[in-house]
Design a protein around this ligand. Structure first.
Ligand code: SAH
Ligand code: SF4
Length: 370
């Protein structure tokens, strides 16, 4: 049977892979070696490195079809940069349509974390974020998200190391691209594949309320991080325009509901900007906002971006803010920064080529099914 239109093998579930192989006149048993090569060994080249290990009919089918309508590895590494302390590597990757994304591999206490992009650009327009400053270009497909994780796993394997954590905190807003992100999440959890634990995968959102509620309803197995940065409607709206659409009050109600349904601790990110959101009064308001929620607050000193004038908070303001949150009995850490010298820090990721348009989410348009 001819293949349907372009198909990326990497984004098929095990079951769908079996179905495809049978439709193609192959045996369902061929799904296992193929799935393992792609997802367990993170092979970059199914025809070359792996070909010899496959049953002959599967190998012939791959040779005949891969590169045509059938795809597997869809990322072309363009440039890699390593930070001075060697604890962060940033990779610029080209997609098949020529768009570019960035992926960051970080090391904390000998543990490796990959920070993956979920969109080219971002529609949310947070003023201090380089991705937001470039506007929205398009969503990534699950295969394009997964390929970033597999690239990191291959790089680590060459050093005898293993990937521990995946964070959906690169370019883009994961909950604006819900279906593809969740498809990628489930493939990462597959025991026959990468077999990552749900506790090692985190999705960070700017506060897309319908997406948070959907994660809760569907009991999606991952951690949730929510970017707050402001503890009043006005202050938050100045930094995060989509606060107009999903106000802080609704966001906090959604977080409470999420916690009620899942019983999970929620991580809250707070980018510290000098004179903007680092005052003790603002810390007190944050404490009040989090009352009754099992929360962990991550403080991130602002990283510089070309399109925003704000400065990172001074060290003593950061520690004062940190102390106040902790004294209120809320778990709080100042995030160790990684890769600032190669612009691989939070909010510094952007494509090198400028996209053509800016696409703000429209009032009344639901970006994701709620
Ligand atoms: N869109 C999602 C995930 C990607 S951004 C979100 O906003 O949560 C990942 C984190 O980096 C967010 O907490 C975001 O607020 C933070 N961030 C963005 N720009 C930053 C900057 N310039 N300095 C420090 N943190 C920044
Ligand atoms: Fe998008 Fe997150 Fe950047 Fe805001 S901080 S513009 S939501 S990537």
């Amino acid at each position: 049977m001819p293949l349907p239109s372009a198909l990326n093998l990497l984004e098929l579930s095990f079951k769908d892979l079996e179905v495809l192989l049978v439709e193609q006149g192959l045996r369902p048993a061929h799904a296992k070696p193929l799935f393992q090569a792609m997802h367990h060994r993170a092979s970059a080249n199914l025809k070359g490195d792996e070909g010899g290990n496959f049953p002959a009919p599967l190998q012939r089918w791959l040779e005949a079809n891969l590169g045509g309508r059938l795809r597997h590895d869809v990322l072309m590494p363009r440039q890699g940069q390593v930070s001075g302390d060697a604890l962060a590597q940033k990779h610029l990757l080209a997609l098949e349509d020529g768009q570019e994304i960035e992926t960051v591999l970080m090391t904390y206490a000998q543990r490796h974390t990959v920070c993956v992009s979920t969109q080219v650009g971002c529609a949310m327009g947070c003023v201090f974020c380089a991705t937001g400053q470039m506007g929205f270009v398009r969503h990534l497909r699950a295969g394009e998200i997964l390929a970033q994780v597999h690239l990191a796993r291959r790089l680590l394997a060459t050093q005898g190391q293993r990937l521990r954590n995946v964070v959906f905190m690169g370019m883009g807003e994961p909950l604006h691209n819900y279906d593809e992100v969740i498809k990628a999440l489930h493939l990462l959890l597959e025991t026959r594949g990468a077999n990552l634990g749900a506790e090692h995968i985190s999705i960070s959102t700017v506060g897309v309320v319908p997406g948070i509620l959907r994660l809760a309803r569907e009991r999606q197995p991952c951690n949730l991080a929510v970017s707050l940065h402001g503890s009043s409607e006005e202050e938050r709206a100045k930094l995060i325009p989509v606060n107009q659409r999903w106000p802080l009050s609704e966001l906090m109600a959604a977080c409470r509901q999420y916690q009620q349904l899942t019983g999970k601790r929620i991580f809250f990110a707070w980018t510290l900007i000098e004179g903007i959101n680092d005052h003790p009064e603002q810390a007190q308001r944050l404490i009040a906002l989090l009352r009754g929620i099992d929360a962990h607050v991550n403080l991130i000193p602002l990283n510089e971006t070309a399109g925003y004038q704000g400065r990172e908070s001074a060290e003593d303001s950061c520690s004062r803010f940190h102390r106040l949150i902790q004294q209120a009995g809320i778990a709080c850490t100042i995030r160790q920064r990684r890769g600032i010298d190669v612009a691989a820090g939070c909010g510094q990721l952007k494509a090198q080529r400028r996209p053509r348009q800016r696409a703000e989410p429209q009032q009344g348009e639901e970006p994701i099914a709620g």
